[in-house]
Write a protein that binds this ligand. Structure first.
Ligand code: MLT
Ligand code: MN
Ligand code: ZN
Length: 305
């Protein structure tokens, strides 16, 4: 299974349009930004599955030849999987509206409901090629893996188990009825057995995260914030990282302490907010991440599993 990190930044990207923090200033000065959170996977290198659809999808697809059309019109993208209903993970669906064919979109039940109502992407896209809305069942440990298929129902060679993770509904849907709004994915290549655990947003390393991560060749995990009060310290009137459902990377019972014991062979941080000091290669926080055996994800990073 080929895995490409298309975008390693959290919502807003780096630099974020209205942010003047040290990281955003440095990114403007050296032209080295990061695009918003998304990953592409393929079992055969020809047919691809997008994991989340970011607002930066257009430039992300342009940057990777594997994702370019093979003929006059068309796309190697066969399906999209959403791990949550946040704007930074879903807005890119609108950018796929030129598709000639209905696009299979896998999403947790709570997210599929939001995308038909509060954040009506599915309804809007129905006027274009339309979405084949598929629900990712809350598999959990004993659950039967989901066989991922394209619009024609052909196997994409990847099996998926989903684990509901500790979080909360998106900000635009605070009143939504209780449902699964966030899942971690465990994707397994049926031929090679290579396994990717993808958990870009999670407020804890709990049993669900450990079940997704144990034995995985690569775990891509929530690296949004270094510190619980990071946004407030940056002058933003915002909840804490934990209140937002993001486990801080640093501090007591943070990612550095818990992730090395989550059971994956390799752990890479993704969905990194522009305020996070681990983005600075020479920071003490970056050194701590690396000393713990964790990696900081980059746009364009690839894995062969
Ligand atoms: C999140 O990951 O917490 C959200 O994307 C934040 C947001 O942009 O609303
Ligand atoms: Mn996000
Ligand atoms: Zn910033």
């Amino acid at each position: 299974m080929r895995v490409i990190i298309l975008g390693s930044a959290a919502g807003g990207g780096l630099p974020q349009w209205n942010c003047g923090c040290a990281n955003c200033r440095a990114a403007r000065a050296d032209g080295a930004g990061r695009t918003q959170s998304s990953v592409a996977v393929s079992a055969d290198g020809e047919r691809w599955i997008l994991l989340n659809a970011s607002p930066d999808l257009r430039v992300q697809l342009a940057a990777h030849p594997a994702l370019w059309p093979r003929g006059a019109r068309g796309t190697p993208i066969q399906a999209v999987m959403l791990t949550d209903g946040e704007i930074d993970h879903t807005l890119g669906l609108l950018l796929l509206r030129e598709s000639a064919a209905t696009l299979p979109v896998y999403a947790p039940a709570g997210v599929a409901a939001l995308l038909g109502a509060e954040w009506p992407l599915y309804r809007v896209l129905a006027a274009y090629a339309g979405v084949d809305a598929r629900i990712i069942p809350d598999g959990g440990p004993g659950g039967r893996p989901l066989q991922l298929t394209n619009a024609q129902g052909e196997s994409l060679g990847v099996q998926c188990t989903a684990f509901p993770v500790a979080r909360r509904p998106p900000r635009y849907a605070r009143g939504a009825t209780a449902a699964t709004f966030d899942v971690g994915l465990r994707l397994r290549d049926e031929r090679t057995g290579g396994t990717l655990a993808y958990i870009p947003t999670a407020g804890a390393v709990d049993d669900a995260v450990r079940a997704a991560a144990t034995g995985a060749d690569v775990l891509l995990f929530d690296g949004t914030f270094w510190a619980d009060d990071e946004l407030r310290a940056a002058g933003v009137d915002a909840p804490t990282a934990r209140e937002m459902g993001h486990l801080p990377v640093g501090g007591p019972a943070g990612g550095i302490e818990l992730l090395p014991r989550a059971g994956a062979k390799r752990t890479v941080l993704v969905h990194i907010n522009n305020t996070n000091p681990i983005l600075c290669r020479t920071s003490a926080e970056r050194a701590q991440v690396e000393a713990a055996g964790l990696e900081v994800g980059e746009d364009g990073m690839e894995f062969e599993l």
